[in-house]
Design a protein around this ligand. Structure first.
Ligand code: NAG
Ligand code: NAG
Length: 280
């Protein structure tokens, strides 16, 4: 310490601190009590000041100062890159049941099923009575000018299936109830003809043909439902209008009828009877 103090004193330029009024050296360090010998009067003649000395060497670096205040807040930086994808979340709540879809296409054909149970015994077979129910006739005249208002007897038989046409009476007598077709074609000559088809005494259809001097053919036809024992025939329905004419070498007059179909009730009854016979 003493050495340092001394060095400082020595280095201080003495003339700088010489003041005008005094002969005392005025130096800050002299106030510590150190006294220097005053120069003699003879050497204190005023002189012109010398040239300033050379600048001393640079002192050692000072200590670090106190920390400064914080700077102002900087501007917001740019957004960073997106982070990594997070883990998958838990499954959501189960949704409601959907609408029933359309029916699918038809499936393949299944396998053939097993044989079924034996069925109950059927009704008796009967007699095939529909096929057995036959009635048809076709007959022709062998005389001219029959008597009026009486059954005309057609005595030449072309067909008499079942023999339901009675040649003796000239009447068709129904044996099989059902629906029948009747028709007639009558040749006339020399007289008018007024002929009708009779069912159980009632005229069903009538035919009139006026004689015009030549031969002519009168015809009529109809369909009737007949019960068993019903009778059908032809007869002249007016006096002197019986012009039915017969010529074995020339022309014919015919009366024809046949069963179209029998009543179902009759067939059922026939079946029942046939089965009863078969059982006995
Ligand atoms: C045919 O008619 C005649 C005269 O009416 C009658 O005597 C006879 O019994 C009849 N024949 C049959 C099979 O019905
Ligand atoms: C005839 O017999 C059949 C079969 O048994 C039945 O269905 C029908 O009703 C019968 N018809 C008549 C008219 O009796």
């Amino acid at each position: 310490m003493c050495d340092l103090l001394f060095a400082v004193i020595c280095l201080l330029p003495v003339n700088v601190y010489l003041t005008q009024e005094g002969s005392k050296l005025h130096h800050p360090l002299l106030s510590t009590g150190l006294q220097f010998a005053r120069p003699s009067r003879a050497t204190r003649e005023p002189r012109s000041p010398g040239s300033p000395g050379a600048m001393g060497p640079m002192g050692p670096p000072g200590k670090d100062g106190l920390d400064g205040k914080d700077g102002e807040r900087g501007e917001k930086g740019n957004g960073g890159d997106p982070g990594r994808t997070g883990n998958q979340g838990k499954p959501g709540v189960k949704g409601r049941e959907g609408v029933i879809g359309k029916a699918g296409p038809r499936g393949l054909r299944g396998q053939k099923g097993e044989l079924g149970d034996v069925g109950e015994q059927g009704e008796p077979g009967g007699c095939n009575c529909a096929g057995a129910a036959r009635a048809a006739f076709s007959v022709a005249m062998t005389k001219s000018y029959p008597k009026e208002r009486l059954p005309i007897r057609f005595s030449r038989i072309l067909l008499n299936e079942g023999n339901h046409y009675n040649v003796s009476s000239g009447k068709f007598v129904c044996a099989i109830p059902g629906v029948y077709y009747f028709t007639y074609d009558i040749t006339l000559a020399n007289k008018h003809l007024a002929i009708g088809l009779v069912h159980n005494g009632q005229y069903k259809i009538k035919t009139f043909d006026a004689n015009t001097g030549n031969h002519d053919v009168a015809s009529g036809s109809t369909v009737l439902h007949l019960e068993q024992s019903d009778q059908v025939w032809l007869q002249i329905f007016y006096s002197e209008q019986n012009g039915l004419f017969f010529d074995p070498f020339w022309t014919d007059s015919t009366f024809t009828g046949f069963l179209i179909y029998p009543d179902q009730e009759y067939l059922n009854e026939s079946d029942r009877k046939a089965n009863a016979q078969g059982d006995s």
